[in-house]
Design a binder for this molecule. Structure first.
Ligand code: FAD
Ligand code: NAI
Length: 482
């Protein structure tokens, strides 16, 4: 039987749709299937895009409320929830329509339906609008992404107890919101609702927020968010959530990392052993995401999963089955849209014999709060545990002219460089526009730059990026404005 396609990509999130486009650019016949009614995956439909829409809108609201000191008076800003949600939906629609356009432009056969592997070279598609198709192909790329990690014993009804999807779609501003998990979702969506007037409490298992970030950044970030009204209960775990008529009753207990005085490292008194209860109008469960492979038929063809349920691949994204590949959230590595995209490009290039590659040492992380948090490369803790000698240069936004003008002086830049070679090993930023600024650090690291290379590069004045230059100067104790 002749192949219908060279590649069938299952899942049209940032991994899948980018892979499909790159493969089509390289001259392959491509189909991309997604079981949602719209393409773009988690990222465009219920992730990156809607969360950034609400972050942008709520930040604008907050800025309008605090513009008096510049001589601008708006009166008291008001929230029109239906209009806010309409704006959010418009940002989603614009982006998913963009994918439809790109699929057409690149002559990719796009389908809406659930894909199931029925042989190593065949996929059955249960079409969303009825009927099914059996497709023959040379290669299959699994890009089925991830789903919300559940909290044991808790049912997410997306009303009282919500996941990120429900927290992006409230019909009114909740009076109170308890968030389980002080990670990226908890802090981004906690910021959104706190800005709009919700009392936000974050319960985090660890003794610090944003696991994986630089410890100094995480600490100062928590202070900044606390000033913005978020309340943190660290070193605690939620053991039960009871849904009541107009609220939820949440039982929390100490996690194991309490010291003998019953205090966690942040110095807060822990919940007693019997647990304490809190009441909230809504509860957001944001304790991570897990790879999504349900209904994909991996067992039909024997594709192996690892111990965490991720599709196992080699360094070239190939599974244990020769012509089946996997990318994005469904495989190992950070669950980030840009990581999935770069893997999508790499795998398409590998399939036509090119040297597709992703540098996992230089994947930026950004938390889109205000101020933002962004980092790339190693943290101090990682360098210490790897026994790598390093130098540190830090520079506060308080000493940056543009940040002072804008009134966004919270935070700092930290540059970590190899003690012997001066090569940049990591850059960590808490501050305004950190997400845009980290791009410069990523490019520098890709080119193997030293801290001195950044320090000697002319940065425009007055810009926030001068803080990065100054932190690179500070590595050799020669920052000018400090
Ligand atoms: P996904 O985007 O999850 O797409 C997989 C697609 O596969 C889905 O549409 C699914 O319907 C489909 N699918 C699954 N099984 C089948 C099947 N059998 N047949 C057909 N289709 C199937 N990352 C960032 O980098 N920046 C951010 O700002 C950011 N914000 C986020 C905010 C939230 C609230 C959430 C939840 C996530 C956020 N992420 C962010 C993470 C980001 O969304 C993911 O890392 C990214 O979407 C992963 O891309 P992917 O292509 O691997 O999978
Ligand atoms: P996360 O992994 O970032 O954070 C989850 C937090 O929950 C951790 O700090 C963990 O210690 C804590 N936790 C786990 N179990 C707990 C329990 N029982 N009680 C209390 N705390 C508990 O996961 P999150 O925030 O759900 O986000 C999932 C993923 O989505 C992220 O890891 C990221 O990959 C992606 N994402 C990325 C964004 C970005 O790039 N800006 C934005 C939103 C999501």
């Amino acid at each position: 039987m002749a192949d219908d396609f060279d590649i069938i990509v299952i899942g049209s999130g940032p991994g899948g749709y980018v892979c499909a486009i790159r493969a089509a650019q390289l001259g392959l016949r491509v189909a991309c299937i997604d079981k949602r009614g719209t393409h773009g995956g988690t990222c465009l439909n219920v992730g990156c895009i809607p969360s950034k829409a609400l972050l942008h809108a709520s930040e604008t609201y907050s800025q309008a409320a605090h513009a008096n000191h510049m001589g601008i008076q708006f009166g008291t800003p008001k929230i029109d929830m239906p209009a806010l949600m309409k704006y959010k939906q418009k940002t989603i629609d614009g982006n998913v329509q963009g994918i439809d356009f790109l699929f057409k432009k690149n002559k990719i056969e796009a389908m809406h339906g659930a894909g199931e592997l029925i042989a190593p070279d065949r996929v059955k598609v249960a079409l969303l609008d009825g009927g099914e198709r059996i497709l023959q192909t040379k290669y299959i790329v699994i890009a089925t992404g991830s789903d919300i990690a559940p909290l044991a014993g808790v049912e997410i009804d997306e009303q009282r107890i919500v996941s990120s999807t429900g927290a992006l779609d409230f019909d009114s501003v909740p009076k109170s919101l308890l968030i389980v998990g002080g990670g990226v979702i908890g802090l981004e969506l906690g910021s959104v609702w706190a800005r709009l007037g919700t009392e936000v409490t974050v319960v985090e298992f660890l003794d610090h927020i944003i696991a994986g970030a630089d410890a100094d950044i995480a600490k100062q970030f928590q202070t900044v968010l606390t000033k913005q009204g978020l309340r943190f209960l660290l070193g605690r775990k939620v053991t039960n959530i009871e849904t009541l008529k107009a609220s939820a009753k949440v039982t929390i207990a100490p996690a194991q990392n309490q010291n003998e005085a019953g205090q966690n490292e942040a110095g807060q008194k822990g919940a007693n052993e019997a647990g304490e209860t809190l009441s909230a109008e809504r509860v957001l469960v944001a304790i991570g995401r897990r790879p999504y492979t349900a209904g994909l038929g991996l067992e039909n063809v024997g594709v192996q999963l690892d111990a965490q349920g991720r599709v196992e691949t080699d360094k070239h994204f190939k599974t244990n089955i020769d012509n089946i590949y996997a990318i994005g959230d469904v495989i190992a590595g950070p669950m980030l849209a840009h990581k999935a995209e770069d893997e999508g490009i790499a795998v398409a290039e590998i399939l036509v014999g090119q040297a597709g590659h992703v540098n996992y040492d230089v994947i930026p992380n950004v938390i889109y709060t205000a101020p933002e948090v962004a980092w790339v490369g190693k943290t101090e803790a990682e360098l210490k545990s790897a026994n790598i000698a390093y130098k540190v240069g830090t520079f506060p936004f308080m000493a940056n002219g543009r940040a002072k003008v804008n009134g966004t002086v919270e935070g700092f830049v930290k540059t970590l460089a190899d003690a012997n070679t001066d090569r940049i090993l990591g850059v960590h930023i808490l501050g305004p526009e950190a997400g845009n600024m980290i791009g410069e650090a990523a490019v520098a690291m890709e080119f193997g730059a030293s801290a001195d290379d950044i320090a000697r590069t002319c940065h425009a004045h007055p810009t926030l990026s001068e803080a990065l230059k100054e932190s690179a100067l500070a590595v050799a104790a020669r920052a000018i404005h400090m």
